[in-house]
Design a protein around this ligand. Structure first.
Ligand code: ZN
Length: 53
């Protein structure tokens, strides 16, 4: 089997209690990601989530 190439479908976005814009993504394989847009002009970063059971 080759390495699985994730396809990120955007689920939506919300604003965290800290006021950051947060986008969530998922792949059909069950993997999830969260992309956070911090305040104060810092670079956005992505957090790899765990696969849903
Ligand atoms: Zn995947």
């Amino acid at each position: 089997m080759g390495e699985h190439v994730h396809i990120r479908h955007r689920d939506g976005m919300e604003v965290s209690p800290a006021g950051e814009l947060v986008e969530t993504y998922h792949c059909p394989c069950g993997s999830m990601w969260t992309k956070v847009y911090p305040l104060e002009g810092r670079e956005p970063y992505t957090v790899k989530g765990t696969a849903a059971p």
